[in-house]
Design a protein around this ligand. Structure first.
Ligand SMILES: [Zn+2]
Length: 363
């Protein structure tokens, strides 16, 4: 089983071109999938280079986030088209769809992240959403992708907010793994936690410079995109389940259940989840440094134009029964919130969010 990392990883400005000989060894008739209009030009570029190398490529688009309806449709198309691999090119939800399809079809998977918003190109995990973008469940896969292609010239074309969203999601690795796994006696898990700490520090150092100047000549930008697409995946790979998620992601999953006035990226929600997790640690686990960590994070997140409250995500928690719905979903039986070393009830979530949303955080 290959659960720690993809079998082959190509990175750099020419990663795509350099990966073609590896792709040819693996597949003759790939199904290339993607979704957004923003990435269409790049996906055509990928299609063109594959066909010039005599591959018989099928090209399909997802209609929604990674959801059962799309997956069933593409599964049938792949069977009909006798495709012998999946090439997923796009954001996290496209990459997750590609991994799920490849596993269902028992064929190789090649991932090409087209933004630095996610480590989904690396991991043996996928999230399933409804057609409306509500989180349903995560699925553990049998292996990481066969090839991960982190082409800097592709990622450079992504909108700025995908970079900041990826930074928030990668930061969560430290805040979630350090609280859930610091008492784990497994040396490898301890090493994974320390990698997530270095990852956090590098993002604090390089994040703003990367955000302000998305070019391949900017070393900070290279460090950040590789931190988000590669290192964040490695932490999950070697650290295992408890190194991946805790309250920040549990709160993310709950927030996706509520209709919002604006489109929110995964990491943007997770970032708010980190702040709420720290408030929970403060009130339930006597974490005396939580307030300081929140101030440090909020200051940093504001520089990257990241949301820092649920309101910034386009949701008023005081409307309808939004607050109760978020609290109940966060604390459902199968939620990662229960990886925390202290008990959390829906009442705790309601209290923390109420205070958090009604108070301006002094920085
Ligand atoms: Zn995440």
């Amino acid at each position: 089983m290959q659960l720690i990392s993809p079998s082959k990883i190509l990175r750099g400005e020419n990663a795509w071109i350099n990966s073609i000989p590896e792709i040819i060894k693996l597949t003759k008739s790939p199904l290339l999938i993607g979704r957004s209009l923003n990435t269409k030009e790049l996906r055509f570029k990928i299609l063109k280079s594959l066909t010039t190398h005599n591959l018989n490529v099928s090209f399909e688009e997802l209609d929604f986030d990674c959801c059962e309806e799309d997956l069933e449709r593409l599964y049938d198309l792949a069977i009909k088209g006798k495709n012998d691999s999946i090439i997923a090119a796009g954001g996290g939800k496209v990459l997750d769809s590609g991994k799920l399809l490849a596993e269902e079809l028992s064929i190789p998977c090649i991932t090409i992240p087209l933004s630095a918003a996610t480590c989904a190109g690396w991991t043996a995990l996928a999230n399933i959403y409804s057609k409306n973008g509500e989180f349903i469940k995560d699925v553990k896969l049998k292996s990481c992708p066969d090839i991960l292609i982190c082409d800097h010239s592709f990622i450079k074309t992504a909108p700025k907010e995908t970079l900041s969203s990826g930074i928030a999601d990668s930061l969560a690795k430290w805040y979630e793994s350090s609280i859930t796994s610091s008492s784990n006696l497994d040396g490898v898990v301890q090493q994974a936690i320390q990698i997530s700490r270095v990852l956090r520090d590098q993002l604090f150092i390089n994040g703003e410079k990367a955000y302000l100047n998305q070019t391949e000549n900017n070393l900070s930008w290279i460090n950040v995109i590789e931190a988000n697409t590669l290192t964040a995946g490695l932490v999950g790979g070697i650290g295992g389940e408890k190194c991946r998620t805790a309250a920040a992601h549990a709160i993310h999953n709950a927030i996706t259940q509520i209709r919002s006035k604006r489109k929110r990226l995964h990491g943007e929600i997770v970032g708010v989840g980190i702040l709420l997790q720290l408030r929970l640690e403060e009130s339930k686990n006597n974490n005396k440094l939580a307030d300081q960590s929140i101030k440090q994070l909020v200051k940093f997140m504001k520089k990257l134009n990241l949301p820092t409250t649920i309101k910034d995500l386009g949701i008023d928690v005081f409307e309808d029964n939004n607050l109760e719905r978020i609290a109940n979903f966060t604390c459902r039986k199968e939620s990662e919130i229960h990886f925390l070393p202290f008990e959390v009830t829906p009442y705790d979530i309601v209290e923390v969010i109420k205070k958090f949303e009604s108070k301006k955080i002094a920085i």
